[in-house]
Design a protein around this ligand. Structure first.
Ligand SMILES: [Zn+2]
Ligand SMILES: [Zn+2]
Length: 450
């Protein structure tokens, strides 16, 4: 059995997969179609769920993009439905949008059909959970990897929050619709995919350093998808359906990989923390929020450049001892409060009562692991990471933002996000590795927004 060679239908089979990693992998996704004319399978999808009347949610843009394809299919199959078009021009994933669709929801409907990408899918996941109905999604843009994930990235009381619901039971990605997605959204999808190189590299490394769970089969599945995407990416902006389909597939597979692993590691690493922290800065400063995948793309390039330097390093006992004796908890708390604002105290408390990532004894254990395994760690970097120039030239070809400055960030925003990423959650990141080695601040000084 190799997950990387499986057709999508086989991958999502209800009985799941018993894996060489010792776990059983499965996902609640019941129906998945990617390709030209995928929308035509909607009636079949309703049949699989045993649903008759969908509550359909879209906004003006996604309606323009997809309704023209969806409506005739529903009419021809005689499917009754209730359609709600979100009023705001650029809906945010917040209380207002969820409130609006909840108020419009007709209880005679037996499922929710989201027509859209990130925001609409996320809001519909929340509604589907609240009303206890299954959810379907017709994707309009291959812009992020949340289609198959069981969580929604929401703004709750103006704070970024992850809400756990359930993954949609049906995902339909029609490349006739997706190929015409706005350029920025196609770029974002590619940005969220190149992140997987860093994520996989970090995932394998943490297995060595921290003894964390790692599954070679799931990693292999992501690598196979990345290969396909790299080959077709240059044609994505020319409206090439096959290229757009490859990216859409990679993004949906990322969600499946996370569900299989029950952690975000197959799809998200340090590069995502640049985006997480920048989003937090945007909310704090009242700035408009950039698309997730665009920020992640810039974060990936920052990480690849960082890794070019990490590969030249050597864990050094003297540097480590110096960093340990220079560690100043009060200064760290001050930094945390400056960067995380209102959420800092909660994070500090978690660190002190549960995570203990700053604990000197544990740091020493990890440092020894790093030192022992340095040749293997370097080998993992060689095997998992693409050449920085290969990625940057592809990004250039796709006219993607490549520098944090292009997104409005200064050197300090890049360095803050980098240095404190390791304290944002209990997750071992590349920045944690560098902190363990005592070189985090040295590396941060060279990080630039331009
Ligand atoms: Zn496995
Ligand atoms: Zn992502």
């Amino acid at each position: 059995m190799h997950l990387g060679n499986m057709a999508l239908e086989e991958l999502i089979r209800p009985e799941g997969h018993t894996c060489a990693c010792g776990r059983h992998h499965g996902i609640g996704l019941k129906f998945l179609r990617i390709g030209s004319d995928a929308v035509e399978t909607l009636p079949e999808a309703f049949g699989v769920l045993g649903c008759k009347k969908p509550f359909i949610v879209c906004d003006e843009n996604t309606k323009k993009a997809a309704w023209y394809f969806v409506k005739p299919v529903l009419d021809k199959a005689g499917v009754a439905y209730q359609l709600h078009t979100i009023r705001r021009a650029h809906p945010e994933p917040d209380e207002e949008t969820v409130g609006e669709i909840a108020m419009a929801f007709d209880p005679a409907c037996d499922c929710i059909l989201a027509i859209g990408s990130g925001v609409i899918n996320d809001c519909c996941k929340v509604l589907a959970r609240a009303v206890g109905k299954p959810q379907l999604v017709v994707g309009t843009a291959p812009s992020m990897d949340g289609y198959a994930s069981d969580s929604s990235s929401m703004i709750v009381r103006r704070t970024k929050s992850t809400l756990y619901n359930a993954c949609p039971q049906v995902i339909i990605a029609d490349t006739r619709i997706m190929k015409d997605a706005p350029e920025r959204m196609l770029q974002a999808g590619f940005g969220d995919m190149i992140a997987k190189y860093v994520a996989l590299c970090e995932w394998r490394m943490t297995a060595l350093i921290n003894g964390e769970y790692f599954c070679e089969e799931i990693a292999g599945m992501m690598r196979a998808s990345l290969k396909k995407i790299m080959e077709s990416a240059p044609r994505m902006m020319e409206g090439d359906e096959q290229a757009v389909g490859a990216v859409a597939e990679g993004l949906i597979l990322s969600g499946i990989a996370m569900a299989f692993a029950k952690i975000s590691r197959p799809a998200s690493g340090l590069e995502h923390y640049f985006s997480h922290l920048w989003e937090m800065f945007s909310l704090d400063r009242g700035l408009p929020m950039e698309l997730h995948g665009i920020q992640v793309g810039v974060g990936t390039l920052l990480c690849l450049r960082l890794y070019d330097k990490i590969r030249t390093l050597q864990p050094d006992a003297e540097t480590f001892e110096k960093a340990c004796s220079a560690w100043d908890t009060d200064a760290w708390k001050k930094d945390m409060r400056r960067v995380f604002g209102g959420t800092a105290d909660g994070l500090i408390e978690k660190e002190e009562t549960a995570w203990h990532n700053n604990d000197a004894a544990q740091r020493r254990v990890r440092f020894e692991k790093i030192r022992e395994n340095w040749p293997q760690l370097k080998k993992i970097m060689e095997e998992e990471l693409p050449k920085t120039e290969e990625i940057s030239s592809l990004m250039q070809k796709l006219h993607m933002p490549m520098l944090a400055k292009e997104l409005g960030w200064q050197d300090g925003d890049v360095q803050d996000a980098f240095c404190l990423s390791r304290n944002a959650r209990d997750k071992y990141l590349t920045s944690s590795l560098l902190w363990d080695m005592g070189v985090l601040e040295d590396m941060a000084r060279d990080m630039r927004a331009d």
